[in-house]
Design a protein around this ligand. Structure first.
Ligand code: ZN
Ligand code: ZN
Length: 142
Protein backbone atom coordinates (compact mmCIF):
# COMPACT_ATOMS: atom_id res chain seq x y z
CA UNK A 1 0.00 0.00 0.00
CA UNK A 2 2.82 2.37 0.87
CA UNK A 3 4.41 1.52 -2.50
CA UNK A 4 1.15 2.45 -4.28
CA UNK A 5 1.20 5.76 -2.45
CA UNK A 6 4.81 6.42 -3.45
CA UNK A 7 3.85 5.63 -7.08
CA UNK A 8 1.00 8.14 -6.85
CA UNK A 9 3.45 10.74 -5.57
CA UNK A 10 5.79 10.09 -8.51
CA UNK A 11 2.91 10.19 -10.99
CA UNK A 12 2.07 13.65 -9.69
CA UNK A 13 5.59 14.78 -10.46
CA UNK A 14 6.78 14.89 -6.87
CA UNK A 15 10.18 13.52 -6.00
CA UNK A 16 10.16 10.69 -3.45
CA UNK A 17 12.92 12.05 -1.23
CA UNK A 18 14.07 10.25 1.95
CA UNK A 19 11.96 12.81 3.88
CA UNK A 20 8.81 12.08 1.86
CA UNK A 21 9.34 8.31 2.09
CA UNK A 22 9.95 8.43 5.85
CA UNK A 23 6.87 10.63 6.44
CA UNK A 24 4.61 8.29 4.45
CA UNK A 25 6.00 5.15 6.10
CA UNK A 26 5.73 6.63 9.57
CA UNK A 27 2.18 7.98 9.34
CA UNK A 28 1.02 4.81 7.60
CA UNK A 29 2.27 2.55 10.39
CA UNK A 30 1.60 4.85 13.36
CA UNK A 31 -2.05 5.50 12.39
CA UNK A 32 -1.92 8.77 14.32
CA UNK A 33 -2.20 12.51 13.77
CA UNK A 34 1.12 14.32 14.14
CA UNK A 35 2.22 17.94 14.08
CA UNK A 36 5.16 19.03 11.90
CA UNK A 37 7.22 19.40 15.10
CA UNK A 38 6.49 15.79 16.08
CA UNK A 39 7.29 14.66 12.55
CA UNK A 40 10.58 16.51 12.70
CA UNK A 41 11.60 14.48 15.76
CA UNK A 42 10.65 11.28 13.92
CA UNK A 43 12.65 12.29 10.83
CA UNK A 44 15.75 13.14 12.87
CA UNK A 45 15.49 9.83 14.69
CA UNK A 46 14.96 7.76 11.52
CA UNK A 47 17.28 9.56 9.12
CA UNK A 48 19.98 10.48 11.61
CA UNK A 49 20.35 14.09 10.49
CA UNK A 50 18.41 17.29 11.07
CA UNK A 51 15.90 18.58 8.51
CA UNK A 52 15.01 22.26 8.03
CA UNK A 53 11.44 23.08 9.16
CA UNK A 54 10.69 24.51 5.71
CA UNK A 55 11.48 21.14 4.07
CA UNK A 56 9.15 19.33 6.46
CA UNK A 57 6.28 21.79 5.92
CA UNK A 58 6.78 21.75 2.15
CA UNK A 59 6.86 17.94 2.00
CA UNK A 60 3.72 17.68 4.16
CA UNK A 61 1.86 20.25 2.06
CA UNK A 62 2.80 18.41 -1.13
CA UNK A 63 1.55 15.15 0.34
CA UNK A 64 -1.72 16.92 1.20
CA UNK A 65 -1.95 18.18 -2.38
CA UNK A 66 -1.47 14.59 -3.63
CA UNK A 67 -4.42 13.49 -1.48
CA UNK A 68 -2.22 11.21 0.61
CA UNK A 69 -2.05 13.32 3.76
CA UNK A 70 -5.06 14.97 5.37
CA UNK A 71 -5.00 17.79 7.88
CA UNK A 72 -6.84 18.69 11.03
CA UNK A 73 -6.22 21.14 13.84
CA UNK A 74 -5.17 20.33 17.38
CA UNK A 75 -6.86 22.29 20.18
CA UNK A 76 -3.95 24.74 20.21
CA UNK A 77 -4.59 25.53 16.53
CA UNK A 78 -1.52 23.69 15.28
CA UNK A 79 -1.96 21.68 12.07
CA UNK A 80 -1.95 17.91 12.46
CA UNK A 81 -1.20 15.58 9.56
CA UNK A 82 -2.50 12.06 9.07
CA UNK A 83 -2.54 9.58 6.23
CA UNK A 84 -5.58 8.15 4.48
CA UNK A 85 -4.85 4.43 4.50
CA UNK A 86 -7.58 3.62 1.97
CA UNK A 87 -6.88 6.24 -0.66
CA UNK A 88 -8.52 4.70 -3.67
CA UNK A 89 -11.17 2.69 -1.86
CA UNK A 90 -14.85 3.28 -1.32
CA UNK A 91 -16.25 6.33 0.40
CA UNK A 92 -15.19 6.62 4.01
CA UNK A 93 -14.58 9.20 6.70
CA UNK A 94 -11.97 9.49 9.42
CA UNK A 95 -12.35 9.37 13.18
CA UNK A 96 -9.68 10.89 15.42
CA UNK A 97 -9.37 10.22 19.15
CA UNK A 98 -8.76 13.46 20.99
CA UNK A 99 -6.67 11.70 23.65
CA UNK A 100 -4.29 9.36 21.80
CA UNK A 101 -4.72 10.99 18.34
CA UNK A 102 -5.26 7.63 16.65
CA UNK A 103 -7.02 7.65 13.28
CA UNK A 104 -9.70 5.15 12.23
CA UNK A 105 -11.39 4.76 8.87
CA UNK A 106 -15.16 4.92 9.24
CA UNK A 107 -17.23 3.32 6.48
CA UNK A 108 -20.40 5.36 6.38
CA UNK A 109 -21.94 6.97 3.35
CA UNK A 110 -22.63 10.61 4.06
CA UNK A 111 -24.70 10.78 0.91
CA UNK A 112 -27.00 8.06 2.28
CA UNK A 113 -27.19 9.77 5.69
CA UNK A 114 -27.50 13.41 4.67
CA UNK A 115 -27.97 13.45 0.90
CA UNK A 116 -31.70 14.17 0.84
CA UNK A 117 -31.66 16.88 3.51
CA UNK A 118 -28.59 18.62 2.06
CA UNK A 119 -30.07 18.56 -1.44
CA UNK A 120 -33.35 20.03 -0.21
CA UNK A 121 -31.38 22.88 1.43
CA UNK A 122 -29.33 23.69 -1.66
CA UNK A 123 -31.98 22.71 -4.19
CA UNK A 124 -29.14 21.13 -6.14
CA UNK A 125 -27.11 17.94 -6.21
CA UNK A 126 -24.71 16.66 -3.56
CA UNK A 127 -21.65 15.06 -5.14
CA UNK A 128 -19.22 14.51 -2.30
CA UNK A 129 -18.81 15.32 1.34
CA UNK A 130 -16.23 14.90 4.03
CA UNK A 131 -16.63 14.97 7.77
CA UNK A 132 -13.93 14.54 10.36
CA UNK A 133 -15.29 12.73 13.39
CA UNK A 134 -13.65 13.38 16.76
CA UNK A 135 -14.14 11.74 20.12
CA UNK A 136 -12.74 9.10 22.42
CA UNK A 137 -11.52 5.77 21.01
CA UNK A 138 -12.34 2.42 22.65
CA UNK A 139 -8.92 2.04 24.33
CA UNK A 140 -9.01 5.56 25.81
CA UNK A 141 -12.62 5.10 26.91
CA UNK A 142 -11.66 2.17 29.19
ZN1 ZN B 1 -8.94 7.19 4.75
ZN1 ZN C 1 -7.66 7.08 22.00
Amino acid sequence: MVDTMLDTIRQQGLRVTPVVKTLVNYLYSSRTVNSAIELKAVLIHKLGYTIPDSTIYRSCERLVACGIFHTTFFNNGITGYFICREMSNREHQHFICRYCHCVQEIHVSLKDCFGTSVESCIDGRLEQSRILFEGVCSSCEK
